[in-house]
Design a protein around this ligand. Structure first.
Ligand SMILES: NC(=O)c1ccc[n+]([C@@H]2O[C@H](COP(=O)([O-])OP(=O)(O)OC[C@H]3O[C@@H](n4cnc5c(N)ncnc54)[C@H](OP(=O)(O)O)[C@@H]3O)[C@@H](O)[C@H]2O)c1
Length: 260
């Protein structure tokens, strides 16, 4: 089945106002899918939807909503209930790097809600629709940090570990129902999220968000986990085959401590 037939006619992308999500939206539109763009910054979403409609002759719809608000699914459903959403790209997320004790509990809980609760709500809703159509796809943007205990980003890494493990389980359960689940685990990526920190001590370079999104779209339906980039894959290999979990955490502790 062609990409559009399997995952179209509409793809919904959260966090589409910048970074990896914006690239997902552009590349899906280039493949001929209609896109629903979700994030808080309305002007950015509207500018992007205008650009994509003109360039690719598809339909692009902007939904400006805070995914931490109680009513967010209601706002999304106002638009999507009459549409066929064949691909959910659950990508919006926030990160905190710094001393655990310096971040407020309120911020930790917001991060947990946006990175775990929001994708859970979206998955529960859209997977039911896809099952009825016997086809579709779900992409979760997790992180390489989800593979290990990560000092100075402990809660963030924990939220991404949740997405990885959930995605692996759901991929098995939903495959017989025609739904492909992919977990994208980027390494460092050059987006607004990484702009405030200095990652020059890290053994890998920041990747371009377009390359990261492309790797995910190429892997959808073929793999369950994907990490873009040669160096990132070397790190993954070493962290599983050569180093113990404790060694990984100690190494990342030393590196992360120098990034903020
Ligand atoms: N950059 C990296 O090095 C890296 C590495 C591994 C994984 N990731 C993951 O990649 C994903 C995308 O991040 P990015 O790097 O592309 O960073 P980004 O440019 O900061 O994008 C984050 C996106 O999430 C949206 N968002 C944040 N809070 C939201 C809220 N409450 N409601 C609705 N939307 C919200 C933002 O839009 P608004 O501000 O307009 O709402 C933005 O579109 C995240 O899940 C992140 O954890 C990033």
């Amino acid at each position: 089945m062609k990409f559009n037939e399997k995952y179209g006619p509409f793809a919904l992308v959260t966090g589409a106002s910048s970074g990896i999500g914006e690239e997902f939206a552009k590349q899906l539109a280039a493949k001929g899918l209609n896109v629903i763009l979700v994030a808080r910054r309305k002007e950015r979403l509207e500018r992007l939807s205008d650009e994509l409609e003109k360039k690719y002759h598809i339909k692009a719809i902007a939904i400006a909503v805070d995914l931490l608000s109680d009513q967010f699914l209601k706002e999304i459903r106002k638009v999507t209930d009459t549409l066929e959403v064949g691909l959910l790209v659950s990508n919006a997320g926030t990160m905190y790097i710094g001393n655990y004790l310096h971040n407020s509990l309120e911020n930790d809980l917001k991060m947990i809600d946006l990175n775990i609760k929001t994708p859970a709500i979206l998955t529960h809703h859209f997977a039911q629709q896809m099952v009825k159509r016997k086809k579709g796809g779900i992409i979760y943007t997790a992180s390489m940090l989800g593979f290990m205990g990560t000092p100075f980003a402990s809660i963030y890494a924990g939220t991404k570990a949740h997405e990885i493990v959930k995605g692996e389980g759901l991929a098995y359960e939903l495959k017989p129902k025609g739904i492909d689940v992919l977990v994208l685990n980027p390494g460092l990526t050059d987006t607004e999220m990484t702009a405030a920190n200095d990652f020059s001590v890290m053994p890998m370079k920041l990747m371009k968000p377009g390359v990261v999104a492309e790797a995910a779209l190429n892997a959808l339906g073929k793999k369950v986990l994907v990490t873009p980039g040669f160096m990132n894959n070397m790190m993954n290999w070493m962290s599983k085959r050569v180093m113990s979990r404790k060694m990984n955490t100690n190494m990342f502790g030393r590196l992360m401590d120098k990034t903020f």
